[in-house]
Write a protein that binds this ligand. Structure first.
Ligand SMILES: *Cc1c(COP(=O)(O)O)cnc(C)c1O
Length: 350
């Protein structure tokens, strides 16, 4: 075998169904940023679309265009990072919904829409405390007034109001929710009729029903990646869709070398943290992570070409991306997203 990430699209479908049933009647927007969290954008987007998902969260315009190419004209695709006029033009050409949290950008979008002779669909972003490119509450009223004027002028359609929360503490999230509801009320008073209000990502969408509103933006749980420090995947009812297998390239005494290192995305910080990986003989210690290869404690009969499962279902003891992440103080998404694009992804369940 060679080192590869094996992605189970049936598990993706099952997770999507689980997320949808949990958040209903709110809709699911599946977040596919960062190459669908490293699992491969095209296969994930197609699978989600055929499973009936109608909203995709793309992060940037480039990803949004790639999703459009993968899923065809019908699904709605939301991108919330656009900075330049050329990106706005591209977003309009790909028929994206745009998240706008800046008054200058709103003006530029109106110009771009006029130029293209279309009505641009926008979701206005209020900054509810995370300070990530949203409109500050003190500027919100003027912002929504201007949006209402542009809507009346036929240049934009305000489809939604949205924000992002830290999901770090319930108290902070509650404050953000109060600010969010106030912002929606101010938008309505300005004459806007936002049909999709969205605030929650994975963790809040499961744990806090009052954060679901009309739609939730879920990435991690669709991929079966649980939150660090949070409930287990089985408690959530989801399964990791990826298994990362590394090939044995040498057996030297008590050390087994595998073809996966820091430059392929396995954090070198995992050295000496007590991580275990799955071998044909069961769980073994991950002793060292080098740049191009790593070293695993040997097992009887180890030989070149054997597969070592670094994380994912099938490992003795079921090591997950989040299990590894917790050893080095990060999140499972980071482990998944770091796996080099040069490592082939293979798919089951297409
Ligand atoms: C990444 C992201 C999400 C999805 O977060 P998960 O915790 O992976 O579900 C939702 N909203 C925004 C704005 C994001 O950037």
């Amino acid at each position: 075998m060679t080192t590869r990430m094996h992605v189970d699209l049936d598990a993706l479908r099952t997770n999507i169904a689980r997320v949808r049933e949990t958040v209903a009647p709110a809709q699911l927007m599946i977040v596919v940023k960062d190459d669908a969290y490293g699992h491969g954008l095209e296969a994930v987007a197609r699978t989600a679309a055929t499973a009936g998902v109608t909203w995709f969260g793309a992060f940037d315009v480039r990803t949004g265009s790639a999703v459009r190419a993968a899923v065809g004209p019908v699904p709605r695709i939301f991108a919330w990072i656009a900075a330049s006029r050329s990106e706005l033009d591209e977003a309009i050409a790909a028929d994206l919904d745009l998240g706008i949290g800046d008054s200058d950008l709103l003006e530029e979008l109106a110009v771009a829409a006029q130029h293209a002779a279309v009505v641009a669909r926008v979701h206005l972003k209020i900054d509810t405390g995370l300070h990530r490119n949203g409109v500050r509450p003190e500027h919100w009223s003027a912002f929504v007034d201007r949006a209402a004027a542009l809507e009346t002028g036929g240049l934009i359609e305000v489809v939604g109001v949205w924000s992002h929360i830290a999901e770090a503490s319930d108290a902070e999230d509650d404050e953000a929710r109060v600010a969010f509801e106030h912002a929606v009320a101010v938008a309505r008073a300005a004459g806007l009729r936002p049909r999709v209000r969205h605030l929650a990502a994975s963790a809040a969408s499961f744990a806090r029903p009052e954060f679901r509103y009309d739609m939730v933006r879920v990435g991690a749980f669709c991929y079966g990646i649980r939150s660090a420090g949070g409930p287990s995947a089985s408690d959530l009812g989801v399964t990791p869709i990826a298994r990362l297998d590394a090939a044995v390239t040498a057996v030297r005494g008590d050390d087994v070398h595998i073809a996966l290192g820091g430059l392929q995305g396995l954090p070198t910080a995992l050295r000496g943290r007590g991580a275990v990986v799955g071998t044909p003989a069961g769980a073994r210690e991950l002793r060292l992570v080098g740049l191009h290869e790593s070293i695993v404690a040997s097992w009887p009969g180890a030989q070149n070409g054997d597969a070592v499962t670094v994380y994912g279902p099938g490992v003795a003891g079921e090591v997950s991306a989040t299990d590894l992440a917790e050893l080095i103080g990060t999140i499972g998404e980071e482990i998944a997203v770091r796996v080099s694009p040069l490592i082939p992804r293979t798919y089951a369940g297409e």
